[in-house]
Design a protein around this ligand. Sequence first.
Ligand SMILES: Cc1ncc(COP(=O)(O)O)c(C=O)c1O
Length: 390
Amino acid sequence: MYATSAEDFGHFPFFATTRAEAHIHNRQFDRPTLVIDADAIAARFRALRDGLGRAAIHYAVKANPAPEIIARLAAEGCRFDAASRAEIELCLSAGAAPSDISFGNTIKRARDIAFAHGAGLTLFAADAEEELDKLAAHAPGTEVYIRVLVGATEADWPLSRKFGCAPAKVEPLLARAARLGLRAVGLSFHVGSQTRRAAMWAPVLDEVAQVWHAARAAGHGLELLNIGGGFPAFYGEPVEAPGIYGAQVMGLIKDYFGRVPRVMAEPGRGMVAEAGAIAAEVMLVARKCDSDAYRWVYLDIGKFSGLAETMDEAIRYQFLTGREHEPSGPCILAGPSCDSADVLYEKRPVNLPLGLKAGDRIIIRNAGAYTASYASVGFNGFPPLDVVVI
Ligand SMILES: Cc1ncc(COP(=O)(O)O)c(C=O)c1O
């Protein structure tokens, strides 16, 4: 607990439970700002590393690419999963060794593959014939893992059909990679982002293990299993602590796969979400008509300026208003832009204090992942989410 009483903070009696929240509490911000705590991220990395044991951790840079975070994680010995040339350059400039960066996007431009290869990267993802052809042409002899499409996800933010190939295509792709002179070292999958409990991995591991065992039986010398991300953050529903969660996932991998020579994981959300909080402001509280069941509460941040993951109300953030001691009631929460899609929570209204009014500060908790990196450059003239690393 960083703040304990109303007297500590005058008119703004927040009950901050993290350093990021306490930092927001004590300062003024003139635009929506994500405050994120690098020490908390380093601690999270160590906890996950303890749980995941011998698995190599490649932080999924897309979750939050703030240069200070990348540099801190590089100094901690973390590796990186990059989705683009820009993310590779960011990791390199933060001090990461090229051999510690994997190019994990299955959709890469040929010239970006050439850049990565030239920079010294040695590990790439693919899920299609043409991608293997590009790799053979522009990163000859490199290591490649094949991403498998999985169906059994129970994640709050599933990654759906866009990535991976059907299990039946895995062996032909491994064979093609070998024919092209690539080192087809393994398989990858993603269980779906925000998979709240480790036990939810079991059906996906079962699917992928069948593909793994069949490929090995067919003579493919698989050695690397990339288990992707999916490690959860706390958004109100209970989640296991990262060390316990990681250890349980590794236990399940042993059950389904037996001994795997190399395991790697690509946590994004689970590394950074709980280290960050957003300072935002209420812009308007209104009712559409006197008989309206719910108030509308409009914030200065919305779907286009950092809260994209409220799409389909999938990720449900928690809020601090400093009015927690006042009576509360349900409201529809919306962003500030002139786009009717910019409604955050309507199907399941949010409970907020009835006294909330324009100008009030509001803190969005555990918002360090997929917020700043999702903000548009200035839709409607609203600035993108500012980031302060403490
Ligand atoms: C290839 C890959 N790895 C890792 C991640 C990170 O996932 P998460 O934030 O659920 O840990 C993603 C997220 O989109 C991804 O696409």
